[in-house]
Design a protein around this ligand. Structure first.
Ligand code: SF4
Length: 777
């Protein structure tokens, strides 16, 4: 059966002819560049109408053509910027206009540098000639400079035959390409149809999870699933999602993780299925700063050879890569090196041809990083998003949709502005003046302080937008080398600040903080739920899963769930209840004001419980300071124990060395002191004797601070429990995650000590998992 594919003329021309560089202003292209380009188009079109009259110049002319073979029915569409008929009755003088906006000096423009522009105009010309039966036509390629609106026109004349042969070559090349993709999908779907579950048995709860996942994808709704360790949740989500892909319910899968380490679990699950015969093109996308091979990253095509003429080499590279079906960081780096192209950009381009994309949350939700190719244009592919460790998305959402602007940053940005860029210099000075005015308004007689307001600082946003509009006029490649980094960082920050201002509504607040470094203005997202929902709504279905997605109401509220439409399930732990002992110590207060009185007692309890049996243990604290005080006493009263300490600045290597130490067990007792919610509070797998028990000191509440208090007030004002939404639930999530480190397999046994008087209250006990077996000691 033929598959209908819609494609734009621009895609066809870009596909075969784009030999260009990576667009370093990509961050700009989604809004300012497009707006600016549109403005210039409209201005030019108006001038043409004024000069030739409405009957002679027609703007935005829709064209369409169809190409097909046995596999694909390809509909090619586009809009011609303008058609001029100088003599309306004589069809020999018809001009097709293709307008492009540029930052470059128009005298430097050579159409041969961007053959895809002329290619686009060729396609339009052919489609127009074909429809109107025209024998010859002229093409005018117009470049307009953003800064001064100067324009240059390149004119060409073609016969119908000439233009047809160019078009045929371009369009057929694209048709062959999409046919190849279509054929791959047939192979893929056949492998999915026969794919068997890769284990002999389902684990308890796993089958239920799989059924829910499939049904939710089928119904086009979200699933929130609390699936404790041991259920096999990664496979329990991935397997039915792949089946749904094979059944045509979705076109692409995206597996989103909060941390790179957790993506490994998804890769392992995929590899298992691949061994069982699955043909699925799968890619892991890693952050630019992790994959860039250069010591000093500068993506300007004039500075980085791998960005220069990237598209010319990337096409062949991708063609070669598609003989394989799995692409991780190493494989992508290998190909990128052999073609001398940017590995990051290659991973994004390659993802177009992949069925499963494994990446960070950012690539769906963060407006700065989101894969615009899938979500900002009219992409017709239906996605299923699988969101792993979804409890992290609440705080990540807040971070992604908040942005700060400070005086120092703006000043640094200003130093990169060239003398002759007068308009930009002026608008930045006006922005700095506005910051000064805000500083005087709120902090006139104090040296430091903090205030918040519900309204958006509109004057400030206006000045930011003015700077952004002015930036668009200049050729940024002219910024002096030593000023580039500061300028570009400042520019992207301004851009993001304006972007967040677009989202700003009653779910945001503005924070002004002032100290010796100057004023800092933060647009803070309090409730990210609707923005997260908007992200997920770009797909057909989202599966949000975690071992700790309770309480239901809290996570559904904050992660954009709909209590009426979406599904929620909680699964029991598949492990025997008696394997995990929860011991409550409720006669100690770990509240901030009582901590001084608790150090010795806690050290003694740790010694008593951890010395019962030689083994490896962890103790999780609410802060580094608290942790160190107890650790000092513990090391004195229990000198035989080996102590490991988490430090605040640990990198990936430190982290691995820390965890490697758990591979030794049985000779001495090891006690690792760590903080809750940190590097070791979740996402680590210490199976069997590697970890015999853990102590959790306090209910993990976030520190009281102005931002937390704002969150509390917001939810109180909206008839929800502000304290719980701001402190209790995020805190208990850390507790449950830390406790989850102890039992990682069916044969694991161990205990968790919960130390704090609040653990003895019914409120906190109601937040314990139902399968927990707890008692006081
Ligand atoms: S290789 Fe590095 S510097 Fe070059 S374009 Fe890629 S990320 Fe930028």
């Amino acid at each position: 059966m033929q598959k209908r594919i819609n494609v734009s003329v621009r895609d066809i021309a870009d596909f075969s002819l784009n030999q260009g560089d990576i667009e370093t202003r990509a961050g700009f292209s989604y809004r300012e560049s497009a707006l600016d380009g549109t403005k210039n188009h409209i201005r030019f079109q108006k001038e043409m109408i004024k000069q030739y009259g409405k009957d002679a110049f027609t703007k935005e002319v829709y064209v369409e053509d169809i190409l097909e073979n046995d596999e694909v029915y390809m509909v090619i569409t586009g809009r011609i910027d303008g058609i001029l008929k100088t003599d309306i009755s004589d069809t020999s003088d018809i001009f097709i206009y293709e307008i492009k906006t540029t930052n470059r000096d128009i005298n430097e423009i050579k159409p041969s540098n961007r053959p895809e522009h002329l290619g686009q105009a060729h396609c339009y010309a052919y489609m127009y000639c074909k429809k109107h039966n025209i024998e010859s036509i002229r093409v005018r390629l117009v470049y307009i400079n953003r800064e001064n609106q100067d324009s240059i026109i390149f004119e060409y004349k073609f016969t119908f035959e000439e233009i047809k042969s160019i078009y045929d070559e371009l369009a057929n090349r694209y048709l062959d390409w999409v046919t190849g993709i279509r054929k791959w999908k047939v192979i893929r779907d056949q492998s999915i149809a026969t794919l068997e579950f890769p284990f002999i048995e389902y684990r308890d709860g796993q089958k239920k999870l799989m059924k829910e996942v499939y049904n939710c994808i089928n119904d086009g709704v979200k699933l929130f699933a609390t699936a404790p360790t041991g259920i096999g949740k990664t496979m329990g989500v991935l397997f039915p999602a792949i089946k749904a892909l094979g059944a045509g319910l979705v076109d692409k899968l995206m597996y989103l993780t909060a941390k790179t380490v957790t993506s490994k679990v998804a890769v392992d699950a995929y590899k298992k299925l691949e061994k069982g015969g699955l043909n699925l093109r799968t890619i892991c996308i890693n952050a630019k700063d992790k994959v860039c091979p250069l010591e000093k990253r500068d993506c300007d095509p004039e500075k980085c050879i791998r960005a220069n003429q990237y598209y010319l080499r990337a096409r062949t590279c991708i063609k070669e890569m598609l003989h394989e079906q799995f692409f991780d960081r190493d494989i992508i780096a290998k190909f990128a090196n052999s073609y001398n192209i940017c590995p990051f950009e290659l991973s994004l381009d390659l993802s177009n041809y992949c069925d499963l994309i494994i990446c960070d949350y950012n690539y769906l939700f963060d407006p700065r990083i989101r894969l615009q190719r899938y979500f900002d244009y009219e992409n017709e592919e239906a996605f299923c998003f699988m969101i792993d460790e979804a409890h992290n998305l609440v705080e990540r959402g807040r971070e992604m949709f908040s942005c700060s602007l400070n005086t120092k940053q703006i000043q640094e940005f200003k130093t990169g502005i060239k003398k002759e860029w007068k308009a930009l210099k002026k608008s930045v000075n006006t922005l700095l003046n506005e910051m000064k005015e805000l500083e005087n308004e709120h902090f006139s007689d104090i040296n430091e302080g903090f205030i918040s307001q519900e309204d958006l600082p509109s004057n400030l946003i206006e000045k930011v937008n003015k700077c952004l509009n002015d930036i668009m006029m200049y050729d940024l490649s002219r910024i002096p080398e030593d000023k580039r980094e500061g300028f570009l960082d400042g520019m992207f920050n301004l851009l993001y600040f304006a972007r967040v201002a677009d989202f700003y509504d009653k779910r945001f607040t503005t924070l002004f903080a002032f100290d010796s470094k100057g004023l800092d203005v933060k647009l803070m997202c309090i409730d990210p739920s609707y923005l997260l929902k908007e992200g997920m709504d770009m797909g057909r279905s989202s599966i949000l899963f975690s071992a700790t997605l309770e309480p239901k109401r809290y996570y559904m509220d904050l992660l954009g769930g709909d209590m009426n439409m979406d599904s929620y399930i909680t699964l029991d732990s598949p492990f025997p209840r008696e394997n995990l002992q929860i011991k409550l110590v409720t006669d100690i207060s770990t509240k901030y004001k009582d901590r001084d009185m608790s150090y010795e007692r806690i050290a003694e309890i740790l010694k008593k419980e951890f010395s019962r049996k030689t083994g490896n243990y962890m103790a999780f604290f609410p802060s580094y300071a608290y942790m160190r005080r107890v650790m000092e006493i513990f090391s004195v009263i229990y000198p035989e124990a080996v102590i490991l300490e988490q430090r605040s600045n640990m990198d990936d290597i430190d982290r691995s060395l820390f965890l490697e130490r758990f591979e030794q067990f049985g000779e001495n007792t090891l006690v690792a002191f760590a903080v809750m919610g940190g590097l070791f509070g979740e996402g680590i797998d210490l199976v069997g004797e590697m970890l015999s028990g853990a102590a959790i000191i306090g209910p993990g509440l976030p520190m009281v601070c102005p931002e937390r208090e704002i969150i509390k007030k917001y939810f109180d004002d909206n008839d929800m429990s502000g304290f719980d939404y701001s402190y209790t639930y995020p805190g208990m999530n850390r507790v449950l995650q830390a406790a989850g480190r102890v039992i990682r397999s069916e044969t694991d046994t161990g205990f968790v000590l919960l130390i704090d008087s609040r653990f003895g209250t019914s409120k906190y006990k109601s937040l314990f998992p139902k399968w927990w077996n707890y008692s006081n000691i």
